[in-house]
Design a protein around this ligand. Structure first.
Ligand code: SF4
Length: 338
């Protein structure tokens, strides 16, 4: 049997140079990101890339493992029909509108706070009335001290200011992969909302998502650089999970290891900008590739069917905290994001 060379650890000089530049936290350029995205998955270069991203995260964020608890407050057959989303009319999984009662949402929030959540991400579907989200924000603000982050539709300045007044400190908003093609939304408008968030003083939270095998490197890298340009509080990578019957099923899904390689590239692109770096869904390998932020979840989410609602796919907060501990991160430390 041929021996495995464990003595030398030479990597290609060009990649070595990119990693050294990245490790200085100045960010890498687009060409360098392309090089890294194309690395062979089981090469030393990929492991060196993940090691570099891991070192950066531990140096910048310490041992903090972040858990931002996602609460999907409603379910509806959404008429916007984004093709990667299970909460659509066209998917036909959800036939009726469901709005989880405010007392139940408050209980989820209190439990998450008691269990050490670093933030509460309050997610609505595309047509959920902003007025209701503002009311809910007020109730949550009066009940818990955990920072509130909204995840809702595009916003005007006035609406974003209302979110701030209602008690939200940040908003998750992404230009999704395939935006305008797999969704009916306009990239320009999504970016305008990011600017609005920054203008009014809401923290902008982001992720490059939902990544599938069909997305080309250029499109993925563009979104990494968007996060850097507009100084996201955190960014990272979320892979697309194909629900049963999804129109994206023929494309398949990327593996956790592929997501980890991408996450590491994103970490080097972000440099010293972010306060955390996220991956979704939660897994161990991300925490060796520059990730430190998970989204445990309850209620509705855009990847599941009815049978997995209520803390299914995204895993519960205790489990995500346990993954952090297993990988030598500490979820009990204070958040770096707020
Ligand atoms: S991603 Fe949002 S807007 Fe698009 S279909 Fe799903 S709930 Fe509706």
């Amino acid at each position: 049997m041929a021996g495995i060379d464990v003595i030398s650890w030479q990597i290609r000089p060009k990649i070595q140079e990119i990693l050294s530049r990245g490790a200085d936290f100045a960010g890498i350029d687009r060409q360098a990101a392309f090089e890294l995205m194309g690395l062979e998955l089981h090469s030393r270069e990929t492991y060196a890339l993940m090691h570099t991203a891991n070192q950066m995260t531990r140096q910048q964020f310490g041992r903090k493992g972040e858990n931002h608890f996602h609460i999907g407050v409603n379910i509806e057959p959404c008429p916007f029909n984004c093709s990667f989303c299970s909460l659509t009319e066209s998917a036909g999984i959800f036939k009726k509108r469901v709005e989880f009662p405010t007392p139940e949402i408050i209980e989820w929030a209190k439990t998450a706070q008691a269990e050490g959540a670093d933030a509460l991400n309050i997610m609505t579907t595309g047509t959920y009335a902003l007025r209701k989200l503002l009311d809910l924000g007020g109730h949550l603000k009066a009940s818990v001290s955990t920072p509130l982050v909204a995840n809702t539709r595009d916003l005007s300045h006035k609406e974003a200011e209302q979110l701030l007044e209602a008690g939200f400190v940040g908003a998750y908003h992404a230009v999704r992969l395939g935006e305008g093609k797999d969704t009916p939304f306009v990239v320009r408008k999504r970016i305008d909302t990011i600017k609005v968030l920054k203008d009014v003083g809401l923290k902008w939270m982001n992720c490059v998502e939902p990544v599938g095998p069909e997305h080309d490197i250029g499109e993925i890298v563009d979104l990494m650089f968007l996060a850097r340009e507009y100084k996201a509080t955190y960014s990272g990578i979320m892979r697309r999970i194909n629900f049963q019957g999804s129109p994206m099923e023929p494309y398949g899904m990327i593996s956790e290891l592929e997501m980890a390689r991408m996450l590491a590239v994103s970490r080097l692109v972000m440099g010293d900008i972010p306060a955390a770096h996220c991956s979704h869904e939660p897994d161990e390998i991300s925490l060796l590739a520059g990730g430190n932020l998970f989204f445990p979840e309850v209620g509705a989410n855009p990847r599941d069917g009815m049978d997995q609602m209520g803390g299914g796919r995204g895993k519960s907060i205790r489990l995500t905290q346990q993954i952090h501990r297993e990988m030598d991160l500490d979820p009990a430390l204070p958040s770096n994001c707020f």
